[in-house]
Design a protein. Structure first.
Length: 522
């Protein structure tokens, strides 16, 4: 019972390497949108039951193969590995998870092997990626005319900021070093890029064990341009590798052990500044202030460094987005390994219909990063001879430059998660009466061991414990009633606030099969 939506896994297969980007418009009742298209930072925001908390922190609980997981793990899940995808929405459906399920639950099951001969499947996708829409900006001539108009409208005494001579010289394209007319988007971003992903899986098995094994790779790249005068690549380039092994052992006729191991390994190369920051700089840049890079004047014929354009404003140098984009790079290595085991045991010898399920999961995640950058040299136009059409440059920061890549700035972060669960189920059918009981106990601990923080409070384990249960009764498959509860505790609270009780009740009849539930804390 309860409001549950099931989605066909084939509908989630899209060219993107991020599974969450396929949610919009494909899952009823889910609100989904992306804040960024930057590779590696393109997780979609999604809500199952709308916005229910202040600050829009309404992310649903994510369960992959019955274990709580993260948005990143869901985002990087391979669509070919998915067997089923479901959404739990209402209080009756989610009450077993207590406060953790208050914003709905996303349930994903990966594929398991089947008895029979070996079956092999493979898929390779090559796609061309480009922006859905680019923002059309004013050119330099239009910008200067409208700037003058706005200035005169506010205070006619000030007069125009840009002279007619500058406007006309810019319009005629006289000398782009003196009269620049930039489209910063074209200067920094390529119109498209090519990405690739591939997946191969093997499944089969016999009477003792069945298996599903898969491996995959993703190759993503960004749209940032690279300056060949640098000896490094500042564009985004991500190489990901995936492995998965789902093996189910039939230990006895009444005992089954389900083991699932998955790993994700990622190598990232990207700019010194994030692509989102670079885009914001582009949107705030003036198209006629200075060129991206100056051509060398007579005094800089043998200068080896790049002559970045800039100018003074409010006591500092004005931002040159191109310089910020190519002045450095970051490399990251990330690994995420998850090992899960589920033991299922029939207990008919104790009570007919009684079943036990024990679950354990260990997850480790680690990231190691290195950042390198240099301090560019900026120049401003000093003079221009209209007869010879030669210009001279003035160095803006001659004593504040470092033209070589500096030492590596290291960074690291890591965490570990352990989870244990024990569950008992009992079902009984007596004539037209159907009775079902279930109780679940769980313990979870998350340990943060990395990052730059030295605070003991930020590295203390985060722990959750709880017990939940459900009792259902139906008569003649026409009338049904369900009671469920959750009793959850967290180390974040103290005293009598450390545990909370979350009950719910649902009823349904033949003429109205919708459930009417309540979810409250007592």
């Amino acid at each position: 019972m309860g409001a549950i939506t099931t989605v066909n896994a084939k509908d989630l297969r899209i060219p993107s390497s991020n599974l969450t980007s396929s949610f919009a418009g494909r899952i009823p009742g889910m609100i989904s949108y992306q804040l960024s298209g930057e590779p590696g930072a393109d997780n979609a925001q999604f809500f199952v039951r709308g916005v229910t908390t202040f600050g829009y922190q309404a992310s649903p609980l994510i369960l992959i193969d019955g274990f709580e997981s993260t948005t990143d793990n869901l985002a990087r899940l391979q669509p070919d590995d998915i067997a089923s995808f479901s959404i739990m929405k209402d209080a009756v459906a989610t009450v077993l998870y207590g406060a953790r399920g208050a914003n709905g639950i996303v349930i994903v099951e990966t594929k398991s092997g089947r008895e029979g001969e070996l079956r092999v499947s493979a898929r390779v996708d090559v796609n061309v990626t480009s922006p859905v829409k680019t923002i059309k900006m004013l050119d330099g001539v239009q910008y200067m005319k409208l700037y003058n108009e706005a200035r005169l409208t506010r205070d006619p005494i000030l007069g125009p900021f840009y002279s007619e001579q500058k406007i006309q010289s810019t319009a005629s394209g006289e000398n782009p070093m003196v009269y620049p007319n930039l489209d910063w988007q074209k200067e920094l971003f390529n119109p498209y890029t090519t990405n690739m992903k591939a997946n191969v899986n093997f499944e089969g098995g016999g009477k003792v064990a069945t298996y599903y094994v898969s491996a995959g790779v993703d190759r993503e790249s960004g749209l940032l341009k690279v300056d060949n005068r640098n000896n490094f690549n500042n564009n985004i380039k991500i190489n990901r590798s995936f492995i998965r092994s789902n093996v189910i052992f039939k230990l006895t006729p009444t005992t089954k052990l389900d083991t699932r191991i998955s790993g994700r390994f990622e190598n990232y190369n990207g700019p010194y500044r994030s692509a989102s920051d670079i885009f914001r700089m582009v949107m705030q840049s003036n198209p006629v202030d200075f060129p991206v890079v100056y051509e060398a004047d007579s005094a800089n014929q043998f200068t080896e460094n790049i002559l970045f354009g800039s100018t003074f404003v409010n006591g500092g140098l004005k931002v040159n987005p191109y310089a910020e984009m190519i002045r450095g790079y970051e490399k990251r290595n990330e690994s995420n390994i998850i090992a899960q085991a589920t033991l299922m045991q029939d207990l008919d010898f104790l009570l007919k219909g009684l079943k036990f399920q024990g679950k354990a999961s260990i997850q480790t995640w680690g990231q190691y990063a290195g950042l390198r950058y240099y301090s560019p040299a900026f120049y401003e136009l000093e003079s221009y001879d209209q007869v010879t059409r030669k210009h001279t440059l003035f160095p803006l920061n001659p004593t504040n430059t470092n033209l070589f890549l500096g030492d590596v700035i290291p960074g690291r972060d890591a965490n570990g998660l352990t989870y244990f669960e024990a569950r008992f189920n009992w079902d009984k059918i007596i004539d037209r009466h159907n009775i079902s009981l279930m109780t679940v106990g769980m313990m979870q601990e998350e340990l943060l061991t990395g990052g730059s923080s030295t605070s003991i409070y930020e590295t203390l384990p985060q722990r959750n414990m709880g017990n939940s249960g459900r009792a259902t009764y139906s008569y003649d498959r026409r009338y049904a009633m369900e009671f469920a509860y959750a009793y959850n505790g967290s180390e974040k609270f103290t005293g009598d606030k450390q545990y909370g009780f979350f009950p719910s009740l649902g009823v349904a009849g033949q003429s109205q099969m919708n459930l009417f539930g309540s979810h409250c804390k007592m």
